[in-house]
Design a protein around this ligand. Structure first.
Ligand SMILES: Cc1cc2nc3c(=O)[nH]c(=O)nc-3n(C[C@H](O)[C@H](O)[C@H](O)COP(=O)(O)OP(=O)(O)OC[C@H]3O[C@@H](n4cnc5c(N)ncnc54)[C@H](O)[C@@H]3O)c2cc1C
Length: 402
């Protein structure tokens, strides 16, 4: 490792969400001098306000990027909880997806058959079978898809754990420090202006979630990340009542084949009008039942839309009728980083020297961020792109701002 001055580092990571914290941790494990800079606290944006669902259905017979990101992240979460001494409230609870109409049943049955033939772990349960493992599920459902690998963890504790183990491995983690300017020096290194003075780095990782666009602009680049508002609500603490993570099939059927047409795919609203209802949630270890679903493109606005919360609660009550007796105690919203084609953007930005990005993790970045950070750290350390990242190549969409 080169001798570094106090304000110098080999790799500087912008963003203390799960993507940046995991990248910093894995770079530090490789023995790299790494500094993470976060303008708020660790997990102060999407990575701290999400539902804590971890999505994975197995490696499949021919693992693709999605298999690596989900199953790799599952292993990393397990290691944090079971081996690294970090209680992140991880639990491989499995997930149940509720089927409410005949059309949804046909769609999910075909999906389950296809995924099983490709080597993934997913089952179709009758409502009676589902109620044997999730007793408060509504008997009025037509069935459920069970994904046994799906899991859950506390988002704030998990993201902060990555920053803590990164520090343990030697990373410098600077919070409440905003990156305000970026300048590429002639030798391919970077000068980073922050709210508390200048830093220098041999390489830069942009892990700024929904704010990757403004960070890219500082370097004359267009990183096409669209902030998408997700919102949630929670009941007060109640005794253990919901055991799996819970979702519903309505939105998946609606979004099947949605290409987005230049805007991000898989949104609940188009042109200000609702196109579907989306539902996901779980019960936390403290006993709160948290649910959410709406995904709207509304710029950087994080105000909660109460009508959307009511629609979401209505669907949650259809799936778990006992929720009708529990008042909503709090609501909140956060911004997810969506790319126009819905795929992650992870890797080297070839338009500049020593510049990397990890983003576009969309609505499932909590469950995919740990492995996204590891794959990028492996890339930076080895100089070779891990094969699964070919699908996430930034060269497909990051351009000069012009
Ligand atoms: C309501 C909601 C529910 C969700 N539910 C789930 C779920 O159940 N499961 C799941 O897998 N995913 C879920 N997600 C998605 C998931 O939270 C995100 O995909 C993921 O957290 C993105 O992580 P990130 O590190 O890329 O971004 P972020 O967590 O947003 O981190 C980016 C960080 O960059 C920092 N930053 C920005 N600009 C600067 C600057 N100039 N200087 C310094 N720092 C800067 C920000 O402060 C921020 O902390 C949900 C998201 C929301 C909003």
């Amino acid at each position: 490792m080169p001798v570094l001055e106090k304000n110098e580092t080999e790799v500087l990571v912008i963003g203390g969400g799960i993507a940046g914290a995991s990248t910093a941790y894995h770079l530090a494990r490789h023995g790299r001098a790494v500094t993470l800079v976060e303008r708020g606290g660790i997990a102060s944006e999407a990575s701290g306000v999400n539902a804590g669902s971890i999505g994975s259905i197995g490696w499949g017979d021919e693992p693709d990027l999605q298999s690596y990101l989900t199953m790799g992240s599952l292993q990393i979460f397990k290691t944090l909880q079971l081996d690294a001494g970090c209680d992140i409230e991880f639990r491989q609870s499995g997930s149940l997806q509720a089927i409410q109409t005949e059309a949804q049943y046909d769609f999910i049955r075909d999906k389950v058959l296809r995924l099983r033939s490709e080597g993934y772990s997913i089952e179709l349960l009758s409502t009676r079978e589902a109620r044997a493992v999730e007793p408060k599920a509504s008997p009025d459902m037509l069935g459920f898809a069970l994904s046994p690998f799906r899991a859950q963890a506390d988002p704030v504790k998990a993201t902060q754990a990555f920053a803590a183990v990164a520090r343990r491995e030697g990373a410098v983690v600077l919070t409440h420090r905003e990156v305000t300017t970026l300048r590429e020096a002639g030798d391919g290194s970077y000068r980073i202006g922050t709210s508390e003075g200048e830093l220098r780095a041999g390489a830069l990782v942009i892990a700024a979630g929904a704010w990757c666009g403004p960070i890219g602009e500082m370097l004359g680049l267009r990183i096409p990340i669209v902030p998408v508002r997700g919102q949630m609500w929670a009941t007060g603490s109640v005794s253990p009542s919901v055991y799996h993570t819970i979702s519903a099939a309505e939105s998946e059927l609606q979004w099947h084949g949605d290409a987005g047409d230049g805007t991000p795919p898989d949104l609940t609203h188009r042109d200000g009008r609702r196109v579907t209802r989306h539902l996901y949630g779980r019960q936390t270890r403290q006993g709160e039942i948290v649910f959410g679903g709406d995904r709207q493109s509304a710029g950087f606005d994080k105000a909660v839309d109460t009508d959307g919360i009511e629609v979401n609660r209505g669907q949650a009550v259809e799936v778990l009728p006992f929720l009708s007796r529990l008042p909503i105690e709090r609501t909140w919203a956060g911004l997810m980083p969506f790319s126009p084609d819905g795929k992650p953007i992870i890797g080297r930005i070839p338009l500049r020297k020593n510049l990397y990005v990890v983003t576009g993790l969309a609505s499932s970045g909590f469950g995919r961020g740990p492995m996204a950070g590891k794959l990028l750290a492996d890339y930076i350390h080895s100089g070779h792109m891990p094969q699964p990242l070919a699908e996430a190549d930034p060269a497909r969409c990051v351009t000069d701002a012009g």
